[in-house]
Ligand binder design. Structure first.
Ligand code: 3OU
Length: 281
């Protein structure tokens, strides 16, 4: 019978029970906005401030997510927005995250345009490269890295959010590369053409994110529609150096936008290069 008990506890541990949060422990206060899956609320859980994502029926493949939730909760790094737990025993399901006081990076950049020092701009790129180097080392692909999918903490630390979540979106305007919501401006050529995702396609997106940071939240290729962006990329055109961006950082962006994935740097290498630039006087 001892064996049986051990087996049961083992199964319990592996099932979502360990990560299951009881809804009565959650207090929802104000709305933070809505994302791909539905409304997101500010709230509290165990005396911690949290952000609670509610998942509207039909917006997420919930069974696939429940399986994947185990993997995602094991991903823990101080430059990733932490998933604390899930409420899945009744509908709608809730996802409970660490709360990030200053909201999404795009809005943060636009709201503070003109106030950023070179150290702060480089620091934001470093924060993201640290989180992405961790995901790369965990063989986890983000699939939609962009400033809008990064969040800013109370002490202005930038963290990566919603990594891997594109796999559960049921809206094919978002998932198909011809869809109106597909993130063409952040996608590498092999993703646009073949949906071939890898850490090297995340590196391409990171190059665009660095451009967003140094452009203080501007839309990449802003005078072009999605179709023109694809044509421009195929013609070898790339984003130009933002006024605030040093040549040394722009060269890392250009390296991240090499046509062939194998010619792009890894996140480990980008992190090293950015850290070296931070040390320079
Ligand atoms: C499939 N993919 C890539 C997805 C799926 C879902 C989502 C996203 C991408 C990204 C967008 N998103 C989403 C939607 C809504 C909220 C959150 C969202 C917003 C947070 N925080 C804040 C804090 C403040 C404010 C705010 O109102 N302001 C204005 C005043 O000055 C300070 C900032 C907004 N959000 C937060 O902590 N989390 C974890 C998530 C998030 C991020 O999670 C999603 O829910």
């Amino acid at each position: 019978c001892v064996t049986r008990n051990v087996t049961n506890s083992r199964i319990k541990e592996l099932s979502s029970d360990k990560w299951e949060i009881h809804p009565d422990e959650l207090i929802l206060s104000e709305e933070l906005g809505s994302g791909q899956f539905g409304l997101v609320w500010k709230g509290s859980w165990n005396d911690r401030q949290v952000a609670v994502k509610t998942v509207r029926e039909g917006f997420m493949s919930e069974e696939e997510f429940k399986e994947e939730a185990q993997v995602m909760m094991k991903l823990s790094h101080n430059k990733l927005v932490q998933l604390y737990g899930v409420v899945t025993q009744r509908s709608p399901i809730y996802l409970v995250f660490e709360f990030m006081e200053n909201g999404c990076l795009t809005d943060f950049l636009r709201a503070r345009k003109g106030s950023f020092s070179q150290e702060v701009l480089l620091g934001m790129c470093l924060d993201v490269s640290e989180g992405m180097a961790y995901l790369e080392s965990s063989n986890f692909i983000h699939r939609d890295l962009a400033a809008r999918n990064c969040l800013v903490s109370e002490d202005n630390v930038v963290k990566i959010s919603d990594f891997g979540m594109t796999r559960f979106v049921l809206d094919d305007q978002y998932t198909s590369s011809f869809g109106s919501k597909f993130p063409v401006r952040w996608s590498s050529p092999e993703v646009i053409k073949f949906q071939k995702y890898s850490s090297k396609s995340d590196v391409w997106s990171f190059g665009v994110l660095m451009w967003e940071v140094y452009s203080e939240g501007r839309l990449p290729y802003d005078n072009r529609g999605n179709a023109e962006v694809v044509e421009a990329l195929n013609a070898g055109l790339r984003l130009l150096r933002p006024r605030l961006c040093p040549q040394s950082v722009y060269e890392l962006m250009q390296w991240s936008w090499k046509e062939k994935p194998e010619d792009r740097p890894s996140f480990a290498l980008l992190l090293h290069e950015l850290a070296c630039l931070e040390q320079e006087p």
